[in-house]
Design a protein around this ligand. Structure first.
Ligand SMILES: *Cc1c(COP(=O)(O)O)cnc(C)c1O
Length: 378
């Protein structure tokens, strides 16, 4: 008999979200109002240390507004590791800024500073730090590099909601940090995201206007349950605000992250790390090492498959009803963002295989995944 499918990723939803959404629906106010305001307040207190925060309808739009609200302009360049979801690149080009694909460290998949140094020009104004697979082990070196070269540090922390470093929320390490709450991230609001800054309150205030077509102070008015019909607009804005339904889901998920999701994911990753050691030597996990205390709640669990066996192993897992993924095809290999070769990103692009990870995965599922990998004969 065929074994049940083990999904690569999924949303984890219970009656709690469903009941909360029903209550919000019954209010017959779905736009952006009290639920969004309360979700933002909940996120601010979860993140601690008085961040300025603005939610948006996706993580991608958060990144786009983050770049725009720091004042980057057409003609400016932003360094971005090539090994990321195309969202990072699209956010930059949507903001009119030129994304420069940068190589990554082979052991971690994080941006490689040697490569960044070589790609600096007098147009480089920012570096987008992607928390690949929820890791951030070279963030302090990157901070220093950005200071020395007068670059804004914008973090794509779509993978690392809820992570801390040196006992500080990870969002404290960049000028602006963006999280994603899409369906499969550490928490979801169905679709959604946010921008956070502990330094640039004005930029976050601007983003609050930008998400509502640039209408000045529209956020405050909507939270007070009023709308102003006489307003001014000074910037190109977007229709990027969150709905009451999204925020309702997000609020329940944030509570569950604190009570369950984070523990569950950490526990599963510990089990993976222990069991992966027994596996055939063609599999090696990525290895981020920290100088201080890091609390990592992993969103994805990628491993490297050596000897050109990645695609075969992927098929073998699929044949055994185990889904897997590839995070990511390097962006500089896409037509729109084509650039010179980046050896580590290319190598990882052909080696990486992401194994299932989500809050409904069981330790016994991991045991089945490991024994299926052990059965793989090349
Ligand atoms: C999910 C993700 C995003 C975009 O978030 P959305 O909310 O889906 O727009 C950006 N970067 C990375 C690395 C992601 O995984």
């Amino acid at each position: 008999m065929a074994q049940p499918v083990i999904r690569l990723s999924k949303s984890t939803i219970s009656k709690e979200e469903i009941d909360a959404v029903s209550q919000t629906m019954a209010q017959e106010f779905l736009g952006m109002g009290q639920q969004v305001q309360m979700f933002e307040d909940d996120l601010v207190s979860f993140l601690g240390g008085e961040p300025s925060l603005c939610t948006s309808n996706t993580g991608t739009s958060a990144l786009q507004m983050g770049i725009q609200s720091l004042g980057l302009k057409p003609g400016d360049e932003i360094l971005i590791p090539s090994l990321t979801y195309v969202a990072s690149f699209q956010a930059a080009s949507a903001a009119g800024v030129f994304p420069v694909p940068t190589d990554v460290e082979i052991n971690t998949g994080l941006i490689c500073l040697e490569s960044a140094k070589k790609l600096l020009t007098n147009k480089t104004k920012a570096l987008m730090y992607v928390h690949y697979a929820s890791e951030f082990s070279n963030i302090e070196e990157v901070q220093q590099f950005c200071q020395e070269n007068e670059l804004y540090l914008i973090a794509d922390a779509a993978h690392s909601f809820g992570c801390t470093y040196q006992n500080k929320p990870i969002a404290q390490f960049a000028d602006i940090t963006c999280f994603s709450f899409d369906g499969i991230k550490n928490i979801t609001s169905a679709e959604g995201g946010c921008l956070v800054s502990y330094k640039h309150t004005e930029a976050i205030e601007l983003a609050k206007d930008l998400r509502l077509l640039g209408v000045e102070k529209d956020t405050e008015k909507r939270y007070q349950g009023t709308r102003s019909w006489d307003f001014d607009v000074k910037h190109q804005g977007w229709r990027y605000h969150l709905s009451e339904i999204n925020a309702t889901i997000g609020r329940v998920q944030l509570k569950k992250f604190q009570s369950d999701f984070s523990k569950i994911r950490k526990n599963l990753v510990t089990h993976y790390n222990n069991r992966i050691k027994e596996v055939d030597s063609i599999i090696i996990p990525l290895s981020a090492e920290y100088k201080g205390k890091a609390e990592v709640t992993k969103h994805i669990y990628p491993v490297r498959v050596l000897n050109g066996k990645r695609d075969q192993l992927k098929e073998h897992l699929e044949a055994n009803n185990i889904q897997s993924g590839v995070h990511y095809k390097p962006n500089h290999q896409l037509t729109k963002y084509k650039s010179q070769g980046l050896p580590n990103a290319e190598r990882l692009g052909s080696e990486l295989l992401t194994l299932p990870l989500h809050a409904d995965l069981l330790v016994s599922d991991i045991d089945r995944i490991i024994s299926t990998i052990n059965d793989f004969k090349d």
